[in-house]
Design a protein around this ligand. Sequence first.
Ligand code: MLT
Length: 408
Amino acid sequence: MIINENYTKLPGSYLFSDIAKKVNEFKSSHPEANIIRLGIGDVTKPLPPAVIEAMHKAVDEMGDASTFRGYGPEQGYDFLVNAIVENDYKIRGLDITADEVFVSDGSKSDTGNIGDILGLDNVVAITDPVYPVYVDTNAMAGRAGDLLANGKWSKLVYIPCTDENNFIPDLPKEKVDIIYLCYPNNPTGTTLTKAQLKVWVDYAAAHKALILFDSAYEAFITESDVPHSIYEIEGAKEVAIEFRSFSKTAGFTGTRCAYTVVPKALTGYTKSGEKVSLNKLWNRRHTTKFNGVPYIIQRAAEACYSEEGKKQVKATIDYYLNNAKIIREALCAQGLNVYGGVNSPYIWVKTPKGMTSWNFFDYLLNELNIVGTPGVGFGPSGEGYLRLTAFGTLENTKEAVERLKKIS
Ligand code: MLT
């Protein structure tokens, strides 16, 4: 038996596992430390009451033979898919149909698994820094080449997003076939305007490229010129797949529910140039490798769209956005260069005094007992930055901000 050797090229562990290990080590040697975790983007607010109520009801249905459900449709139950179409697309005037929506257990899984239906010879572009799942899953598939000493994979095209270009990615100089875009961005918290996103949609159309648009943080958008969906851009249905999640929106990081939109107008090509529907391929993959999200969880997700659910979800988002503002303002007051945190739960800060990302991470952990995420963990262009999340409690956020005043 021969293993998939691409796995041997990967760094030892996934970024967030690496950080968790470091934090646990610190905790064992400093059991008295009151550590504030603003590292991984995991939420702290409980599920909204409307969601809990729907889950309880669904649990009862599962205990009654007349309402019990076994295998459901792999793509998701109609009640949830229709709620998604109505509330996330129709309401914005976007014509997405039920058979273009695939309910799943997460955008991490979907952005990782989408590679199953894409050829291995495609040239993949990522913005840098980037959510590590895009890179690692392409490395696993063999599309990334080899990891070089400079922290880059030999076959990936890196598109730097730093304060030098105001975090606006430039179009690649070489032709690329697959482009991962995440907006509002993880990790930098920055956004693209409609006009800036259109540049990418036009590029994809002109080069027969595919955009994988991760919109997991869409609910945090506060500014009017920031698109909530890539399908707000003309022509996007022909070139883009969109990933959305209930994780950060409604507290489903542990509950697991997300969805992916694969428009029927979207096609890829065989080597001989024949057009193939990506919707059909993804449907084939999804129905073969996935058994659907549990009924109880889909009812929970549906409840996010009820009148009460919407209000409660909005209150949660506002709570995190207030945390983001508190962190952002405190870091600015320290004279640091701060980005994100306006349309996003992530705050991206330039390290003080030219410290490396990991040195600043260690300083925050050891001296202030605050966990962040070192920017370089998201890619070479993240060096010299650190990410903080607004997903903590208000109390911890305020305490963290007090401690951050000690940065001199
Ligand atoms: C993050 O911290 O970047 C996210 O929590 C990761 C994820 O959503 O998988």
